[in-house]
Design a protein around this ligand. Structure first.
Ligand code: 13P
Length: 252
């Protein structure tokens, strides 16, 4: 049985005081259930403090990107070694905003997935189509290419531990959610693609999240689908109340 993984992606929001307050409260109130895992993926400057605050609770702390190299002359970048050293457990890779504004490509996503596993981090790999691609019936083909190249060269065990987040770009921050059936259709396709590359046994273990305007009002329906195992959440993860409601939904 797969767990539900609810991950908040704060993007470039909050200051340290607000971040600390959020995690203190979330750490106190988050349900401890084997059925759900709760992660908040936060800006780099908050990581050391939030890892401390989350200690002993069910909340895990993730980063929103990283470089694939361990160290070196990469001004402004943060390496997987640094994240692991801080006690960070997860890292978002290939978010559509990174692909669009910061030159993330399928190739760098693959390098980062390998680097994450080399350094004890679980990658949350984002894939998803634009509205133009959806309208041109290219969703499945596009997502298939992104998934295949992200997991290329990973061992079966690593693939099984990879979290895939299907985030249709047109649904991010727009208030438009894919219908839960449409989202599930793409998530099922992603599982089939993983099965082709590995095996049914491995594909059945992979956690596939949906992301794009997820909120307390639509989470139950999304999690009720056969191939949706959680959510990657932007806006609704910024308020501790709504984040905890989403985590609570994941316990059912
Ligand atoms: P919203 O939940 O704000 O639509 O953002 C989704 C997202 O991009 C999460 O990574």
């Amino acid at each position: 049985m797969r767990k539900n993984v609810i991950a908040g992606n704060w993007k470039m929001n909050k200051v340290l005081r607000e971040a600390n307050q959020f995690v203190e409260e979330a750490a106190n109130k988050a349900p401890t259930s084997d059925q759900v895992e709760a992660i908040v993926c936060v800006p780099f400057p908050f990581l050391p403090s939030l890892v401390e605050k989350a200690k002993g609770s069910s909340i895990k702390i993730g980063a929103q990107t990283m470089h694939f190299e361990e160290n070196g002359a990469f001004t402004g970048e943060v390496s997987p070694v640094m994240l692991n050293d801080l006690g960070v457990t997860h890292v978002v890779i290939g978010h559509s905003e990174r692909r669009e504004y910061f030159a993330e490509t399928d190739e760098t996503v693959n390098k980062k997935a390998h680097a994450a596993f080399r350094h004890g981090l679980t990658p949350i790999v984002c894939v998803g189509e634009t509205l133009k691609q959806r309208d041109a019936n290219e969703t499945m083909k596009h997502v298939e290419k992104q998934v295949k190249s992200a997991i290329e060269g990973l061992s079966d065990k690593q693939v099984a531990e990879t979290i895939i987040a299907y985030e249709p770009i047109w649904a991010i921050g727009t208030g438009k959610t894919a219908s839960s059936e449409d989202a599930n259709e793409v998530c099922s396709h992603i599982r089939q693609v993983i099965q082709q590359v590995t095996s049914k046994e491995i594909a059945e273990k992979v956690v596939i999240q949906y992301g794009g305007s997820v909120k307390p009002a639509n989470i139950d329906e999304l999690l009720g689908q056969s191939d949706i195992d959680g959510a990657l959440v932007g806006g609704a993860s910024l308020e501790v109340e709504s984040f905890l409601q989403l985590v609570e939904a994941g316990t059912k």
